[in-house]
Design a protein around this ligand. Sequence first.
Ligand code: CA
Length: 729
Amino acid sequence: MKPYSRLSLLGFLLISNWGFSAERPNILFLFSDDHAPNAISCYPGGLFDEISPTPGIDRIAKEGMRFDRSYCTNAICGPSRASILTGQHSHLNGFIDNNSSYFDGLQTTFPDLLRKAGYTTAMIGKWHLHSNPIGFDYWEVLPGQGAYYNPDFIQMDNTKKRFDGHCNDLVTEKGLTWLKQAADSDKPFMAMVQYKAPHRNWAPAFRHLNLFDGTDLPEPATLFDDYANRSSVLKEHEMGIYKHMYWGHDMKFDGKNPFPAHFSSGLPDRQFGRLSEEDKKIYRAAYDDENTKLIADMKAGKLDQKAVTKWKYQRYIKDYLRVIRSMDEGITKILDHLDQTGLAENTIVIYSSDQGFYLGEHGWYDKRWMFEESLMMPFVVRWPGKIKPGSVSQALIQNIDYAPTFLEAAGAEIPSSMQGKSLLPLFKASGEAPSGWRDSIYYRYSGERTHAVAAHDGIRTADHKLFWVPKTKEYQLFDMKKDPQEMKSVHQDPAYTEVFTKMKKKLDDTRKKYRVHSAVIGEPRGAGWLKRHSSMSTKAKNKKHDLLFIGDSITQSWEGPGKDTWNKYYGERNALNLGISGDRTEHVIWRLNNGNLRNQKKAKVAVVMIGTNNTGHNKQAPSEVKDGVNRIVSTLRARCPEAKILLLGVFPRGLNPDDPKRKNNVEINKLISTLHNGERIHYLDISDKFLNAEGILTKEVMPDALHPKEKGYQIWAEAIEPKLKEFGL
Ligand code: CA
């Protein structure tokens, strides 16, 4: 907004809960990828504090507040970003991993709410949620991970455009260009300026290719961790500096890997491939002396395994800090711009990163584990006049708090779907948490095919950390005060019996609080099921369908007792049956994210009827089944962006109206009916059509009071036909 035109903004004045009226602040959210607090000089105790790697970011902390216990919900790129946008943990917003998930941008997100509240909004840089951004007046994002050199950006018309230069510099420039334009608007702004750096493969701006040459940077104390005294799953990792650094991609060598015992092969340095011929020469020359010397020393047998690991660590960490340098320069430029234009005064500036990263601690690079180095997110915030400069908070905060914070700062309502809490009370109180603030954070990593880190979930309190590894059915407990490097799990130590018991109870309670339950967490079933799943996925892959039916045995049996009706109604309508007998919501969630919707972007209608097996299995609470159904509907909305979703009430079961299972389904229907929005999602309850006047399920319709017979399928087809026609089928 125009800094000197505030009188025209009287209409936007509000009484803040800080007790004085204030103009609504601009929000500038600077964000990066994989930036560990240990590599930020304003965070005390970092290995590189002496070389001050981040003067720009340090300035935000110096003029504002630093949070020392800032954590992510799920330490990978996409999931952290989805939690930030929605204020929800991954299992509820559906973006649980980078491989199978696909973000539904139509769910409640803070940018969209801010826009509705009168903000102008922008998203520039790394997005990494597969679907295009929604809720922004302007966006320009990197495709997937994006490139460091001469990167492509997806434009708002969905075309890709290549730009010359280093990605960090381009993100800074694009951010500045937008900020300058936004200054002409009468609206306050919210801008997300999101860097790719310092994500692997750490390709520096050319001006920094030789930064730190000739010096050895310090090593972490746990670089040669042997993983004793902790779960055996730690040793299974594929993210070690010693074993898993690629000759080309990570270590920046050209040609064939001559030392396969020390370096991984098969992944070339793709960033190199993006350079012009001239730049390729400059790039090679920058690494050439060190590379030539290493090869000669290795051939001469001068380096043992430990020495090679140390060499790799230096190459890795220098490139990591080099890519941070150009980002930090960009942040400085942006801060200078805010100062020069007078915008600084009424702009909240936040710097954070989607999670931390291992800088050699435990012998690792990468993230995923619930250990501090990757669980932590940097979080520094400046808000002149509101936040005391140089303040530090020890409160437990999490990325689900960002959305409520931004909304409250803008004077907008915080929706009840958001699981985080606004940080404004902490800003106001110099970082002190108000009474009743959370005393633990919840973390959940669902596993991915890369890096071999076992799925786990857990909590971290001020003093302890507990996590559960389903694969080996074991807990890990750490005393964060006595063992901050997490080198020994004390879950079997008799001295910790009481702590262990309390922490286990707290983990259970926290899971309940955040609605971590089976109905919403995608889960595959056994071999027979997988066979049908993959045959359906093949059908999906081979053909675009117009009409999808999604559900359990009741849907599958369109192929049995429903066959004639199916042929009559859907035989010529390009329909696909995605029903599997016995499925609960969690199984459908898994299927939809693992192949069943491949190639179905053009589907016109998806008919969903699911939930009765959640009732049959253990009479699962209707609120939990609703979470599961919501996830299914949300997944369909994202993956089939043109489809209307016809969400059917769960069909009646049990002979009589007072059958407990019948009643459970009725309660589920009450809740899922609220998912209707008349736009993409249409709820329809056809239950009554299966019942006689007394509410009895007759044998003629459903002989076992659960599965329809031929007549039941006719009733179903007739009942939804008007809707299908309305949707253009
Ligand atoms: Ca990341």
